[in-house]
Design a protein around this ligand. Structure first.
Ligand code: NDP
Ligand code: 2IT
Length: 447
């Protein structure tokens, strides 16, 4: 089996040797899905995973815009249309200086499996730009978003490809992007998700990724007869996903100890309660400040510069910042400190070695493509409401989100339970996500 997987990876490396994040994502899937393919005749010999590892289309384009000092800026825009076997391409846009082909292809590849797991009819895609929104004025953000959409609009549409937010793209950016799309097409359609509540957005979409990550962890804990009540929770990031993961963990009776950004983490021994979280949301979403400013407001807390929060003793860890933010050493520290459950809010935050360390210790570990799928699932619910020209209540959307997370958890159990009863959620998510897309691809022939 090892040789078959290596042989497959050699083929993928030949074409994508210079894309480490993409290779990491493909290898993790190959390790769990290839043994399944070999055991199932309908998939065997069809090069189905090799087809899934090649984007259907990868677009790059120039984005020129004028900054506040009158200088002309040039950025690169991307959209990776990875797989449309089960529905139109769907996935977020990331604006961050580290954005490149490797990162977007890894995200688009993960998205295909994630979207399949949601039970909704969505293919996978991802896009973005190396544009850095930090320190830019609202007008600069608007000019950039308009310039970006003035090219992207010709490649997307409500039945073709439906982008949404990701790192650096929130409600403000989606507004500017939607405005330019609508102007160019002269159409008011559900072409983007994460829209504002008065113009087609869905209630609970802002909360959905963070809430879903916690619902998934809740499902995992329930299998062990456990819950969030009284648990110490360590969270990384302080953006959209981290904020709402913290909110839901608090509502379920947990104590949240940390939040972070790329400069370091804050540790509040007394717990980040609802009032303090409200301050964080204002600081990050309105003031666009840094998480270190928390200690000016709450001097009992400390800011640890340049480090990640995994060294803080906890029961539950929720990595909600970015890829590869939790390495093997961090994983071992978490285990040694008694952590029992890791639910990934970010995409691929744990390195390959970290995941192996969690598995070796047989603790609860949920990969992002399962545990953070609540965001895109609720985007799917936004698309449904747009098509119906209707709006569901908060409770209706939240209940559907909970149901979807429970369904994903069940799929992981179905495909990931080992002989000794340990649930390998990585294997479960990869195989369950694969089966639906592969079946659709087989039915549609070689296209
Ligand atoms: P935001 O832009 O709202 O927040 C990102 C947070 O992560 C910030 O605190 C940011 O800190 C931190 N961060 C970003 N890059 C790094 C880095 N290199 N090192 C350390 N910290 C970093 O993004 P989201 O909350 O939306 O996204 C967070 C993660 O969740 C991403 O992996 C994203 O792909 C994933 N995700 C998001 C979904 C969504 O619906 N938004 C859905 C599913 C997954 P700083 O300000 O210093 O950069
Ligand atoms: O990684 C993700 O799933 C997202 N950024 C959300 C994508 C979406 O279409 O809502």
């Amino acid at each position: 089996m090892k040789e078959i997987i290596e042989g497959f990876m050699d083929l993928v490396k030949e074409r994508n040797g210079h894309e480490p994040e993409f290779l990491q994502a493909v290898e993790e899937v190959a390790e769990t899905v290839i043994p399944y393919i070999v055991q199932h005749d309908i998939y065997h010999g069809k090069n189905i995973l090799l087809r899934m590892a090649e984007p259907e289309r990868a677009i790059t384009f120039r984005v020129c815009w004028v900054d506040d000092s009158g200088e002309i800026q040039v950025n690169r825009g991307y959209r990776i249309q990875m797989n449309s076997a089960i529905g139109p391409y769907k996935g977020g846009l990331r604006f961050h200086p580290t954005v490149n082909m490797s990162i977007l292809k890894f995200l688009a590849f993960e998205q295909v499996f994630k979207n399949s797991l949601t039970t909704l009819p969505m293919g996978g895609g991802k896009g973005g730009s190396d544009f850095d929104p930090k320190g830019k004025s609202d007008n600069e953000i608007m000019r950039f978003c308009h310039a970006f959409m003035s090219e992207l609009f010709r490649h997307i549409g409500p039945n073709t490809d439906i982008p949404a937010g990701d790192i650096g793209v929130g409600a403000r950016e989606i507004g500017f992007l939607f405005g330019m799309y609508k102007k160019l097409r002269n159409e008011f359609t559900g072409v983007l998700t994460g829209k504002g509540m008065s113009w087609g957005g869905s209630l609970i979409r802002p909360e959905a990724t963070g809430y879903g990550t916690v619902y998934f962890a809740q499902n995992m804990l329930e299998v062990k007869g456990d819950s969030f009540e009284g648990k110490k929770v360590v969270i990384s990031g302080s953006g959209n996903v981290a904020q709402f993961a913290a909110e839901k963990a608090l509502q379920l009776g947990a104590k949240v100890l940390t939040l972070s950004d790329s400069s370091g983490y804050i540790y509040d021994e007394d717990g980040i309660d609802a009032d303090k979280l409200k301050y964080v949301m204002h600081l990050k979403n309105e003031e666009r400040g840094r998480i270190s400013e928390y200690v000016n407001e709450y001097p009992n807390a400390k800011f640890v510069k340049g480090k990640t929060p995994w060294e803080i003793k906890c029961d539950i860890a929720l990595p909600c910042a970015t890829q590869n933010e939790l390495n093997e050493e961090d994983a071992q520290t978490l285990i040694d400190n008694g952590c029992i459950c890791i639910s990934e809010g970010a995409n691929m935050p744990s390195t390959k070695e970290a995941v192996h360390t969690f598995h070796k210790a047989k603790i609860l570990f949920a990969p992002g493509k399962a545990s953070n799928a609540g965001g895109v699932a609720t985007s799917g619910l936004e698309m449904t409401q747009n098509s119906l020209r209707y709006k569901w209540t908060r409770e209706e959307v939240d209940n559907k989100l909970k149901e979807i997370m429970a369904d994903i958890h069940q799929s992981c159990i179905e495909y990931g339970t080992e002989e000794d009863g340990y649930i390998d959620y990585v294997k479960g998510a990869n195989i369950a996500g694969f089966v639906k897309v592969a079946d659709a691809m087989l039915a549609q022939g070689i296209v």
